[in-house]
Design a protein around this ligand. Structure first.
Ligand code: SF4
Length: 345
């Protein structure tokens, strides 16, 4: 197999050119062609000698991932399905906001997911394997090469639980900030609440945003909709979040998918406000995006606008900032796992 270069760090590129018997400065040239000029082929790398380009053509390839399918939504959101070298697939999304300059890429960290959230299309797939740091980074580079647009923010919110693949996620964060050129402050890692992963991430003291997919303040409902939460009790999870905010000096984000009749009652809104009271955080409400399970059933419904606003108002009672997330790509399969499921059906 040819060696894919996009997604590699500068030291990794240096080892690669050394093995080829080339001088060390060639690594910097390759690094610049990949990360600054977003080259799609070795042919474009015109300051490399012709015989080196021919050699690279034989032993290497620019991209690790292959674009298998893409959907573009009316609002400009682009959803990508990438094929990995072993024939597996992962999804990434590019969200554009017409009113803002910034572009956010949502990346996957695993093929499938073991957490099994009942409202998530990826949860239906089960877990296959972890992605490597290079596979995570190349999703962003592929998006930039395909769209010709600079990604300004990255959210680790695609397929998979990032903190069940913590070491590769941490390595990818370092590569994104050093090579891709997107600062840590523009990176968000979203977890379903894996306490050892939160602690490990805190050790790195990276100024990234940590988001917790909480989805309900009551234990019973949470264990039902986020089955892995049985392992990580809520009080301990809140403690880990408060410690994380303390070490990194950054507010965490509480993500809350609103499911009609499941977690949108007045009592749950008030309990939510109490639960996160001592955690430096803001709360992001996400109205549910209907997802079909493999048997064709849509298990949940989105609450009405009025119910969403009421929940927001009650959740604000202890003074936390509460927002309702702007929806992207609802006319395409933009919830994680949906494109994969539709494509591989
Ligand atoms: S929401 Fe995230 S953690 Fe839960 S099953 Fe889906 S991919 Fe996994």
């Amino acid at each position: 197999m040819k060696t894919p270069l996009s997604g590699k760090t500068l030291p990794e590129l240096s080892s690669f050119v050394k093995e080829l018997g080339e001088p060390a400065y060639r690594a910097k040239q390759l690094h610049s062609w990949i990360y600054v000029k977003w080259a799609k082929s070795f042919e474009e790398m015109t300051d490399l000698p012709v015989d080196l380009r021919a050699k690279l053509e034989e032993v290497a390839q620019v991209s690790l991932l292959k674009l298998a399918h893409m959907q573009v939504s009316k609002d400009g959101t682009r959803k990508y399905l990438f094929e990995l070298p072993d024939g597996k697939f992962v999804e990434s999304v590019l969200m554009s906001f017409n009113d803002r300059e910034s572009l956010s890429a949502c990346v996957s960290t695993q093929v499938g997911c073991a957490v099994g959230c009942t409202f998530c299309a990826t949860g239906f797939l089960g877990f296959t394997r972890n992605l490597t740091a290079q596979e995570i980074v190349d999703q962003i580079m592929c998006i930039q090469r395909e769209s010709g647009k600079r990604v300004s923010n990255v959210v680790y919110m695609g397929q998979g639980e990032p903190l069940l693949n913590t070491e590769e996620v941490i390595t990818s964060i370092h590569t994104i900030s050093k090579s891709v050129g997107i600062g840590c402050r523009h990176l968000t890692v979203s977890t379903s609440g894996i306490i050892p992963g939160i602690k490990r991430l805190a050790e790195e003291e990276l100024p990234i945003v940590l988001a917790l997919s909480l989805h309900t303040p009551d234990r019973e409902t949470r264990e039902e909709i986020v089955p892995i939460s049985k392992k990580y009790p809520l009080p301990k999870l809140m403690e880990a979040l408060a410690d994380y905010a303390d070490v990194t000096r950054r507010r965490v984000t509480i993500e809350y998918v609103l499911l009609a009749g499941v977690n949108d009652t007045d009592e749950q809104a008030r309990e939510l406000a109490q639960l996160v009271r001592d955690v430096p955080c803001m709360i992001n409400l996400i109205p549910y995006n209907p997802t079909e399970s493999p048997d064709g059933i849509t298990p949940y419904k989105r609450p009405s606008m009025k119910a969403q606003q009421r929940f927001k108002h009650l959740a604000e009672s202890t003074g936390k900032t509460v927002t309702i997330r702007l929806e992207r790509g609802t006319d395409i399969d933009a919830a994680c796992g949906q494109l994969h499921n539709a494509y591989t059906k």
